[in-house]
Design a protein around this ligand. Sequence first.
Ligand code: VG1
Ligand code: CO
Length: 542
Amino acid sequence: MIQSIATTPFAGQAPGTSGLRKKVRVFQQANYAENFVQSVFDVVQRSDGAALVLGGDGRFHNRTVIQQAIRMAAANGYARVIVGCGGILSTPAASHVIRKYGASGGLILSASHNPGGPDEDFGIKYNIANGGPAPEAITDAIYARTQTIARWLTVGTPDIDLDAIGSLMVSGMTVDVIDPVADYAELMESLFDFPAIRAAVAGGFTMAFDAMHAVTGPYATEILERRLGFAAGTVHNGVPLENFGGHHPDPNLVHAAALHDLMMAPDAPDFGAASDGDGDRNLIIGRGRFITPSDSLAILAANAQLAPGYAAGLKGIARSMPTSAAADRVAAALGIAAHETPTGWKFFGTLLDAGLATICGEESAGTGSDHIREKDGLWAVLLWLNILVVRRIGVDALARDHWARFGRNYYARHDYEAIDTGRANALVAALTARLPTLPGSRFGPLMVARADSFSYTDPVDASVSANQGLRVLFEGGSRVVFRLSGTGTSGATLRVYLERYEPADGMIGADTALMLAPIVAAAQDIAQIAAYTGRAAPDVVT
Ligand code: VG1
Ligand code: CO
């Protein structure tokens, strides 16, 4: 029996960079999650017999929304729901499951790298049939629907047993509770040289992986410890917790400080890595050497053909605009296209579907390929492992080798978190107004060559996305980019992206902070960050 529940719209249900993210308390309001899920179901295209994939990163409130979404899917005419056991699916695993089973789309319940728990964050994102995040045309339509919604549909069935693998019926709809790890692990085994990695491990190669008490724990334990033979205990914090142990599941040098300290010690393992709340980000760190995500993208692209899944070479490389240009140099050397998109994985989908790019990446620790349509944390870890063992080289040596060939893009991101929204908007407005006056201006040793607001025209579907970040480009290839985060849940977060290029015969072995100091000073001057934010220094430097 389908029940129609009357409701009224909530303000502010606009999906951001990656889905709708709000405080758990906001999501716990009556009708809040239901309104958003119903708006998705009202808007997205599907045929009779459509399947929906459902899973999340296991954070607090995950099970509640999963149970409700199953009832709502049944009431909205889905023939089948495929849900990860325990309500668990990492974002990359969900993307793969959507593609593998031909689902019409999926709901991924996650606020990704944001903290979890009753007083922290929750999120819902919708992915389309190609496995990727819904493009802006769809998220805009979903948002519009949330502003007019008057009812949501459900069936009055009890909660299902999410912890038993198998099939059952909910009001005429099939629900398949699947092993969340198996399909994904099989895909990874098809892409990478597991025998070569296993042999290196047997020969003494060691690593540490920090799952940050988030969703990748079970995936990493199965793949790294069971299938590749790394010692038990290689996976740290491998048990997913609803509040991620009280930490931010954000794999950067601030929140994965324990891994960083371990890897900087003289007796560190050969390789270190971490992943985020929903498993789509990665941190790569060697003994004594942190690899910036932008460098990781470039190094992976330059060596990808060493992995069986990429032996045929790459069709192109895509990166988000704030990501450093290191990958562009690799693309030029390989004679393939380099694409520059706005921030957010949803912009890579058309390029991947059209065969214009094979590998994509973002400076925010996201890397991935055309094997799915999301960024993929463990994929990046496995490609690194594959390259290291085939080349028989360490992380630091590989990075130095890369810079000696391509030059080095020194890079950092400064985040000013939870600042007043009005002040953040004022900073952006003032800077936008100032942009046309900047070319030809000198800031210390730096001369501004160009300044603009980044606008993107998708080469496949010709859709235009404007206002995607303010860029100040200096002569010689250095630059600073300013943009406001679209994933935060309190106030505004200003991100300042700093980059300096040194050619291969330049200073490629220097300290990043020293090399970027003139650009940091210029950024302060250009955007008046301290005056607008009231902050003397960023909250997070990555
Ligand atoms: C951030 C990153 C962006 C990433 C997005 C989702 O967005 O900058 O590169 O795609 O998070 O990542 P923003 O708008 O806050 O800068 V995840 O792993 O949190 O889904
Ligand atoms: Co994530």
